[in-house]
Design a binder for this molecule. Structure first.
Ligand SMILES: *Cc1c(COP(=O)(O)O)cnc(C)c1O
Length: 384
């Protein structure tokens, strides 16, 4: 097969199944609103749950950091790319979350790959929730360990997979808050099962960190557990980007030896680490924003019920409206766009076949009238 026919066939197949992906060039994005092609939309597709992405103190910290350290880190953390700014952020994160160590990565995708591929070898097994994020499942496949997926949020299903003794080590992986469904993992139960079977638990809390728990410490704080590996990411509630793994001393030292994403990749700019430290301070003091977000969630759910809409069972900022059919989800998304509302349709393979949805996300940056506008438009489409 020639290169051209390969690419044409792949493109055609995606067009036919309505899973064509395209990017949108955003001209301006405040978390609450975004501008595309000169048009203004209310943004219900972001992950800026606390509205921190435009916080003046965080912006100022980044500017001052750039003035002090320059633009980039200048190399991998193993050469000259590990600065005092990185060191201080790692310390602040480990103190906040109550772990001996934190290690920074440039993204959650990189952190998941690095951690899973560094720890897992051929004789090991990975037991991951069926709806785990692509970065987790792909890392598991890369690692050469055996990957088994347990039924979503189902400890009994995990228990069955744990029962036969493993040749090597076992790693159980879940998310704190699931990115496409907004539901929370039964962490206490999963931790208990993992411990009982000498397995380690890894929790990716990309959507829980900053939003849940005391001072925003996330899903594990809410459930009172401490997984051996906690992944937090900074692209969501932190309003920036990057990630960290929280773990014990020896495991952190091992990652520094073995995690290829730390060794062979330029570390995040020091100025970004300074901005992240400023964002962390804001997050610890963001009880007001967390409360506003929770009010928005309660308000949206209550009033969507009144209009007879079927929302997924989520009490988090992610409020998916499951449509089912791919084309229908696009149609609804386009309808909302005409009404000045930006709500992205999410289709397979990002979500299971037949469960295309609008992934509605709420933010403390929204106002109640924004949510009213969304509810009205959704209602208008339902009776059309
Ligand atoms: C967004 C996300 C990631 C990836 O994090 P990035 O920093 O965006 O690379 C990983 N896991 C989950 C659950 C996520 O939602």
């Amino acid at each position: 097969m020639s290169w051209q026919s390969f690419i044409q066939a792949e493109l055609k197949q995606r067009q036919q199944n309505a899973i064509w992906r395209k990017r949108t060039c955003v001209e301006h994005n405040t978390g609450r609103e975004l501008q595309v092609d000169g048009h203004q939309y209310l943004n219900f597709s972001g992950n800026d749950y606390l509205g921190l992405s435009h916080h003046p103190k965080v912006i100022e910290a980044w500017q001052q950091g750039a003035a002090q350290y320059g633009t980039g880190s200048g190399g991998s953390g193993h050469v000259t790319g590990f600065s005092r700014a990185h060191y201080q952020l790692e310390n602040a994160l480990s103190e906040w979350l109550g772990y001996p160590r934190a290690l920074l990565f440039i993204s959650g995708f990189a952190a998941n790959q690095a951690v899973i591929t560094a720890l897992m070898t051929q004789d090991d097994r990975i037991l991951a929730d069926k709806l785990s994020h692509a970065s987790i499942l792909e890392a598991a496949m890369l690692s050469r360990a055996t990957l088994r997926r347990f039924t979503h949020n189902n400890p009994l299903s995990l228990e069955k997979l744990l029962a036969p003794p493993a040749k090597g080590k076992t790693l159980v992986i879940t998310e704190g808050v699931f990115s496409m469904d907004g539901d929370c993992a039964p962490l206490t139960e999963l931790q208990r099962l993992a411990t009982q079977h000498n397995a380690w638990l890894m929790v990716d809390d990309a959507h829980g960190i900053g939003v849940r728990g005391r001072e925003g410490r996330g899903s594990c704080d809410v459930d009172g557990i401490k997984p051996e590996l906690l992944i937090v990411t900074f692209g969501k509630a932190f309003g920036l980007s990057g990630a960290a793994v929280l773990c014990d001393e020896a495991t952190a030292d091992y990652f520094i030896q073995a995690a290829r994403h730390l060794i062979y990749s330029t570390s995040m700019p020091p100025a970004q680490a300074i901005a992240l430290s400023a964002a962390l301070q804001q997050i610890r003091n963001a009880d007001g924003e967390r409360e506003r977000l929770n009010q928005h969630i309660a308000y949206f759910r209550k009033n969507s019920q009144l209009s007879g809409m079927q929302l997924a069972n989520s009490s988090m900022a992610i409020q998916p409206l499951i449509v089912g059919d791919n084309d229908d989800s696009i149609q609804l998304s386009n309808y909302l766009r005409q009404k000045g509302l930006w709500v992205q349709a999410i289709r397979p393979p990002t979500v299971p076949p037949g469960s295309a949805r609008l992934r509605i996300t709420l933010s403390a940056a929204h106002r109640q009238q924004d949510i009213d506008q969304l509810l009205e438009a959704l209602h208008g489409f339902a009776i059309k």
